[in-house]
Design a protein around this ligand. Structure first.
Ligand SMILES: C[S@@+](CC[C@H](N)C(=O)[O-])C[C@H]1O[C@@H](n2cnc3c(N)ncnc32)[C@H](O)[C@@H]1O
Length: 212
């Protein structure tokens, strides 16, 4: 998937994936991670999601990664927070009160950014990629995440091949992550999506097997 696709969507305001409040599923599912102690929450492909603020309110440090400069700036503008940006590792980085927003390509995120990550929150990141890129995305996470990381993952399933979002079923989640993570399905919700199609949203908790 070419980056222009996403830049165009942000420029044209075609961001139907963005929620006007923090995601109720996150609030329901986060406790399953038992997220305590030190460490950051990595929010890949974060857009301008308010979930990052909710995670900060829970006391976590947050690292968001987003391709679109428009989205990164809008996140702070909409909170009426004035923030300086600086260049680091080829990213435009904005930081405020325990929240770092890296603007650039997720695949270029340097290893040191992963070193203090303890949890990952993936809503609409895995499903934003076509099949081959999903493999690369998960491979990146598996190679770079430190041990003992847990992941809260939300997927979508529906009867259509075109995307994004792309339909991702449980078998694929197990195939992609099963080698390293124990996978528990937390809950499943069905709703009417785009064009009246039936969509199934599933939340999984992935726990690093090496952690015991
Ligand atoms: C479906 S949206 C999800 C946004 C957010 N997670 C949410 O729940 O609102 C996917 C986002 O990923 C961003 N994106 C796509 N490819 C990316 C990449 N390679 N690196 C970083 N961000 C990317 C897009 O600009 C878009 O904002």
């Amino acid at each position: 998937m070419h980056s222009d696709f996403w830049h165009d969507r942000w420029a044209e305001g075609r961001i139907g994936f963005h929620l006007p409040e923090s995601n109720p599923l996150l609030k329901r599912g986060w406790s399953a991670l038992n997220a305590q102690g030190e460490g950051r929450v990595l929010v890949p492909l974060c857009g301008k999601t308010l979930d990052m603020l909710w995670l900060r309110e829970q006391g976590h440090e947050v690292l968001g990664v987003e391709l679109s400069e428009l989205a990164c700036q809008a996140f702070f503008d909409e909170q009426e927070v004035v923030v300086e940006k600086r260049e680091r590792d080829g990213f435009q980085v904005r930081s405020v009160d325990g929240l770092d927003l890296y603007c650039g390509d997720f695949f270029a995120l340097p290893q040191h950014c992963y070193d203090s990550v303890a949890w990952v929150y993936d809503r609409a990141a895995l499903v934003a990629f076509p099949p081959e890129m999903r493999k690369q995305y998960v491979q990146s996470l598996i190679e770079k995440l430190p041990s003992c990381v847990s992941i809260l993952l939300i997927t979508l399933e529906f009867d259509e091949l075109q995307g994004p979002p792309f339909s991702v079923n449980e078998a694929e989640v197990r195939e992609l992550y099963g080698q390293r993570f124990d996978i528990e399905k937390l809950f499943v919700e069905q709703s009417e999506g785009k064009g009246g199609r039936l969509e199934t949203e599933t939340m999984y908790v992935l726990k690093d097997r090496a952690c015991g």
